[in-house]
Design a protein around this ligand. Structure first.
Ligand code: SAH
Ligand code: SF4
Length: 401
């Protein structure tokens, strides 16, 4: 949901469109959505209406691969069956992009609305394009069409898991909303499918990373979050190795994700954000419940894949967490864990009513250098489309390839 102050930020973006809704809304809001159901649940629905269970494969293909938004577009189902499903109140019910804001660098921020929800309740999803593999970039005379065909796009999609958030980190804009509600698995996975559809993403060819770093704390909506991951792996065809879930340090959630089978386990990012418990508890009150060492102990239970690293996110708050002594302390803390780790540094994005300051660029660079000199890979989030993240209270610069 947008606060008026966030709307001010949006004036920096080109508002492109308010996309129409599918399924002939508003009547659609009264229906029962198919999107979000996994193959077993779809099979059960089919059996319920007297159809063979194998029709669920056709449905899953249409919903998650062909990205249909209307029942009538599921042409693999007999017309009479489609009509019957509609008359019985079924609809596709995929979340829809209702507004698009585009930054000059190609970053796009969307308001995504669940089908059947009130107009005000939207979540934010972000598309961050990256370079093309196939681009020669040297003005050579390669045929444009051939070049385009060779392109493997890189992009990152930042996904929300809740409307608002209950965690109350002092520097975060989403915290100001409080928790409004959990998203369902379909509403979480639907953000990805809606953006894939908009950008005609070809799964298997385009390299798209997903980061669960939008609004909300994924581990306080664990079942729906993991339900979305399973849908994205099984039905959409994505690899969990291209997904990163970020948590403020919800220990039971970290323990649960550590126990997930590898075929569904996303990579893990911990929002460390402070060099010690004292500062962390001030800026992230959740630290009083689960202090740094308890988070680290939970992280140790995650069986890492070869070359996999734990990401520590670190928001730099001017004068509070960005000092050289903080950097040295963070370096010691991470080295002591012995975990294969990297740090993503994020300069704090200001938000209305939040009394912190953005760090000086020299302080950011000195911080990064201190970590690198201590042997810890440290990256600075690119400033692309940064107002987008300021608006969300998020940011991203995660998966390094
Ligand atoms: N709730 C999860 C995921 C969403 S927040 C979590 O906290 O990890 C994603 C990231 O954005 C977190 O690392 C958080 O520390 C960071 N963040 C939140 N507000 C920010 C702001 N105003 N500026 C910079 N980073 C911010
Ligand atoms: Fe919630 Fe993450 Fe924001 Fe903290 S930083 S309030 S956990 S969204």
């Amino acid at each position: 949901m947008l606060t008026p102050a966030v709307s001010d930020d949006l004036s920096k973006f080109v508002r492109l469109e308010a996309a129409g809704k599918a399924d002939g809304c508003p009547a659609a809001s009264a229906g029962r959505g198919l999107f979000g159901l996994d193959a077993e649940a779809l099979a059960a629905r089919m059996v319920e209406v007297g159809e063979p269970a194998w029709r669920s494969r056709q449905l899953a293909e249409a919903l998650y691969r062909q990205r249909v938004t209307e029942m009538d577009a599921i042409t693999t189902l007999p017309k009479a069956l489609r009509q019957r499903l509609v008359s019985e109140g079924w609809l596709v019910g995929r979340p829809q992009i209702t507004q698009v804001f585009q930054s000059v660098d190609g970053t796009e921020r969307y308001l995504v609305q669940s089908q059947g929800l009130s107009g005000a309740e939207t979540v934010e999803t972000v598309w961050m394009p990256e370079g093309d593999d196939g681009e020669t970039g040297d003005g050579s005379d390669q045929d444009a069409a051939e070049e385009a065909a060779k392109r493997h796009r890189h992009a990152t999609i930042c996904i929300s898991s809740q409307v608002g958030c209950a965690v109350n980190c002092r520097f975060c804009l989403t915290a100001k909303l409080g928790l409004q509600r959990n998203l369902t698995a379909g509403e979480i996975a639907g953000q990805v499918v809606a953006v894939f559809s908009r950008h005609a993403v070809e799964v298997g060819r385009d390299r798209v990373n997903l980061v669960f770093m939008g609004m909300g704390e994924p581990f306080l909506n664990y079942d729906n979050f993991m339900g979305a991951v399973r849908l994205l792996v099984r039905e959409v065809g994505l690899s969990p190795q291209r997904m990163t879930v970020s948590t403020s340090g919800i220990v039971p959630g970290i323990e649960r994700v550590a126990a997930e089978p590898l075929e569904f386990r996303p990579k893990l990012a911990i929002s460390l954000n402070a060099p010690n418990d004292q500062i962390r508890s001030e800026i992230m009150p959740i630290n009083r419940k689960w202090p740094i060492q308890s988070v680290i102990e939970a992280v140790r239970r995650v069986k890492l894949r070869p070359r996999e690293r734990i990401t520590f996110e670190y928001v730099l708050l001017g004068g509070v967490t960005d000092r050289l002594k903080d950097a040295a302390e963070v370096a010691r803390l991470i080295r002591r864990t012995g975990l294969p780790a990297k740090v993503n540094l994020i300069a704090w994005n200001p938000g209305p009513g939040i009394e912190y300051s953005t760090p000086q660029s020299e302080a950011v660079e000195a911080f990064r250098r201190t970590l690198i000199d201590a042997g810890i890979p440290a990256y600075l989030r690119k400033p692309r489309g940064r107002d987008i993240y300021a608006a969300c209270g998020q940011l991203k610069r995660t998966v390094e390839g």
